[in-house]
Design a protein around this ligand. Structure first.
Ligand code: AKG
Ligand code: FE2
Length: 177
């Protein structure tokens, strides 16, 4: 949560960063990935503090609800080495197996901060995918296909990110049959 009055500043920061993130190379990457034009939606500046387990919904393992072609792009504004607040990710094969045993419920109150027991029972490795992200790094992943959670920052530390949601243009076109 941003303090009151910070939203104009957040809007300014986001619009300046959007130009930096969606440079020619990144635009070419998304166009090639989708094989069509793409749209950037709902940019959000997130400040995650050390009480995240109580205040930030994404600290439990989950997949986002399905939205056609959605890729989430997290621009890290300060490094994981500073705060430890990383985005942990599970690959698609393990995610599907976890879903098959209901380890990733949609309902917030039924979600888990620890899924190691499920992975052990399934005979799967417990290590998540994580990157030692630096300030300015962009983490891009498909949040519907890959289980993920945000680790809370270490005591007294904060994480700053801007999240952009990217879609293929066709996701927003009406289909009249
Ligand atoms: O903040 C994070 O590291 C993950 C957030 C998340 O789960 C999401 O935006 O879907
Ligand atoms: Fe998520």
């Amino acid at each position: 949560m941003l303090p009151p009055g910070a939203s104009e500043l957040a809007t300014k920061i986001i619009s300046e960063l959007e130009v930096f993130v969606f440079n020619r190379d990144i635009r070419d990457f998304f166009s090639a990935f989708y094989q069509e034009d793409f749209l950037v939606k709902w940019p959000l500046l997130d400040v995650v503090s050390d009480n995240a387990l109580e205040t930030y919904l994404s600290t439990t393992w989950h997949c986002d609800g399905p939205m056609k072609g959605l890729l989430k792009c997290f621009l890290y504004l300060n490094p994981v080495s500073e705060h430890g607040c990383n985005t942990l990710i599970i690959d698609e094969v393990r995610t599907r197996k976890l879903q098959s045993v209901n380890a990733l419920p949609l309902e917030l109150e039924r979600r888990h901060t620890d899924i190691s027991a499920f992975l052990q029972t399934l005979g799967l490795p417990e290590t998540p995918i994580e990157f030692d992200l630096c300030a300015g790094d962009l983490l891009i992943f498909a949040p519907h296909k890959l289980a993920h959670r945000c680790l809370p920052p270490r005591a007294g530390k904060m994480r700053y990110t801007v999240c952009f949601s990217v879609f293929p243009e066709s996701a927003f076109k009406c289909q009249i049959s």
